[in-house]
Design a protein around this ligand. Structure first.
Ligand code: PLP
Length: 393
């Protein structure tokens, strides 16, 4: 039986069908109404709770890991993780199939760390056997960086087989789980993962302002002195938090307060499995509804994440993305442009404070938008379907 509908945004603002910032609960926003002194014991207790509650989400073996929050957006955490855990003479195999993998490679370039880039293009998944072959050929590689859900296409990458290949080759695994952690299971112990990152404004449904690195304690200790950067030094942030309970520099106090409320809601919903189930239902409803309208997804079902879905733009000459965007916004939904380089596409995120009832309204809005635009068919061009065969092949 479908659950009770979640309340609509209290101020009547549009739903954000964008995977962070995303639509948050009113209670999360309300938690930001009071001020907190960053040195005060009350706020230190909040920081402690934030760290231990995030660690609790990883389940068994959490005691061998620690959680280090870092001010800034998700990219700051990726940079902090790479700069802190990869020694200056290390080398990273970056598994890219979209914008965030490429950004990680660019980050390594800025940091002056050696990088072997496996670039699979817009969305093709990096596979375990490819990872194994590269690691055999290049003994200088010390770390492998995998993107859990590549948010630029919405593909759920095969982290288990990547982790297996990395472990078999005796290398260390780093994971960017920015858009997945909190809704999809991620067991760093089973994956033998050195560290992974995520941020406040993704599946835990907080507001933007900080991210967090969850890493093996022994790896954090061993990372002392690696970092190129004062403010993005995971070891230094951890050592200060351990000693004083404080963040090293001005913490995003209101964002932390909001995040603790978001964690309460996450727990009340039933934790990672329940959050993942709601998002999966959201995805299934939107994908089925849009397919019924004639839209096609970039990815076959096996690769579709319950985070964000890429749809091809219709080939009908009356369809333009800006007009579709405006028509959707007028109906209360902010959607996302696509990031594919070969064919036109758009994306619909399914994370945040929304449920299947909202998703059905999104489908209705898309149907009405097509009518407004006099688009007779939502079918994509033949080139898009040809492109899609690459993954099926
Ligand atoms: C997988 C992934 N990595 C990195 C980032 C970068 O995070 P931010 O835009 O918060 O810097 C994002 C953002 O959506 C992401 O989805």
């Amino acid at each position: 039986m479908p659950a009770m509908p979640l309340p609509a945004p209290e101020l009547g603002e549009p739903y954000l069908l964008t995977p962070g910032p995303l639509t948050t609960a009113y209670a999360v926003k309300q938690a930001m109404l009071r001020d907190w002194g960053s040195w005060d014991d009350d706020f230190r207790a909040m920081t402690r709770a934030l760290r231990s509650r995030l660690l609790a989400l990883i389940g068994d073996g959490a005691e061998t890991y620690d959680c280090v929050p870092i001010q800034g957006s998700g990219s700051y955490c990726v940079e902090a993780m790479l700069g802190s855990f990869v020694p200056r003479d290390g080398k990273v195999l970056v598994l890219a199939n979209g914008a965030y993998g490429l950004r990680a490679a660019q980050t390594l370039d800025y940091l002056g760390r050696a990088c072997h880039l496996l670039d699979k293009g817009d969305y093709l998944p990096p596979r375990g056997d490819e990872v194994a072959a590269i690691l055999t050929d290049d003994p200088a590689i010390t770390h492998v960086l995998a993107i859990h859900c590549e948010t630029s296409s919405g593909i759920l990458n095969p982290v288990e087989e990547i982790a297996q290949a990395t472990r078999d080759a005796g290398r260390k695994l780093l994971i960017d789980s920015m858009s997945a952690f909190g809704a999809l299971p991620l067991d760093p112990v089973a994956l033998n993962c050195t560290a992974f990152v995520s941020s406040a404004n993704k599946c835990i449904e907080g507001v933007p302002g900080f991210g967090f690195v969850i890493a093996r304690k022994d790896e954090i200790e061993a990372s002392k002195g690696n970092s190129h950067s004062l403010s993005l030094d995971v070891h230094a942030q951890w050592a200060t938090m351990e000693k004083t309970g404080q963040w090293r520099f001005t913490p995003p106090t209101h964002v932390v307060a909001a995040f603790l409320k978001a964690l309460d809601l996450h727990e009340a919903e039933g934790g990672v499995p329940a959050r993942g189930a709601r998002y999966t239902r959201n995805r299934d409803v939107i994908v089925q509804g849009m397919r019924d309208l004639g839209f096609e997804t970039l990815l076959a079902d096996r690769w579709l994440s319950p985070i964000i879905v890429t749809f091809f733009c219709p080939s009908d000459p009356n369809f333009t993305f800006p007009a579709f965007y405006d028509a959707m916004k007028a109906r209360g939904f902010i959607i996302y442009p696509g990031k594919l380089t070969v064919v036109d596409s758009f994306r619909i995120g399914v994370i945040g404070q929304m449920d299947e009832h909202v998703m059905r309204r999104v489908v209705e809005a898309a149907r009405d938008a097509l009518t407004d635009m006099s688009v007779g068919s939502a079918a994509p061009p033949a080139a898009a379907l040809e492109e899609r065969k690459k993954l099926a092949a």
